[in-house]
Unconditional design. Structure first.
Length: 92
């Protein structure tokens, strides 16, 4: 684990380390705890939504569109937009 951080060697002293006492010295942060719960809830909701979208796409009976075709269509649209901008306006 430490090597993954780029540390190859080092010297450590654990004389003053009291992991059981650390909790007692640290002030409570209910605001951060609530923020972390909310972030977790948001991430869970997003993951659920994302998985539903992927499943909807997988279940879609329409044929797939080749990537090269999508790239060409988008390149053509961008070129047309650049041409309209250069001509003095980007009206759709």
């Amino acid at each position: 684990m430490i090597r993954a951080l780029g540390l190859q060697n080092g010297r450590f002293s654990l004389e003053a380390w009291r992991p059981d006492e650390a909790e007692l010295d640290r002030p409570s942060r209910p605001d951060r705890a609530e923020a972390m719960k909310q972030a977790h809830s948001n991430a869970t909701a997003y993951e659920k939504w994302f998985r539903e979208q992927v499943q909807k796409s997988l279940d879609d009976p329409r044929p797939n569109v080749p990537h090269a075709k999508v790239q060409k269509e988008m390149a053509d649209k961008k070129a047309a937009l650049r041409k309209r901008i250069a001509a003095g306006g980007a009206k759709s």
